[in-house]
Write a protein that binds this ligand. Structure first.
Ligand code: ZN
Length: 95
């Protein structure tokens, strides 16, 4: 696996299925979301973006099971979002 250096100075391991700098792509995705949104990582951001979830309040329409079924969305992202929702007295949908 080759170590690559992106235009913004991040080093990352280049894999064939993910040729993009992970730091830059996470920052690009995170830029679409509000500051209160935790950094859940680019794959999870892309998963939410694909179903037009753009804020913490949008998340309350979905259950944990529905989120975990999304491609790229894992338990770590779920935990981070759960904590962020709890701080606002919000929660995932109960279905
Ligand atoms: Zn980068």
């Amino acid at each position: 696996m080759a170590i690559k250096l992106c235009d913004n100075g991040h080093t990352f391991k280049k894999t064939s299925d993910c040729p993009v700098c992970p730091t830059c792509s996470t920052e690009e995705m995170k830029g679409k979301y509000s500051k209160e949104f935790p950094n859940i990582g680019a794959p999870a951001f892309r998963a939410l973006d694909s179903i037009k979830i753009q804020s913490l309040s949008d998340l309350t329409k979905l259950s944990e099971e529905e989120l975990l079924a999304l491609h790229g969305f894992g338990p770590r992202a779920l935990r981070l979002l759960h904590e962020a929702l709890k701080e606002k007295d919000l929660s995932f949908a109960q279905k």
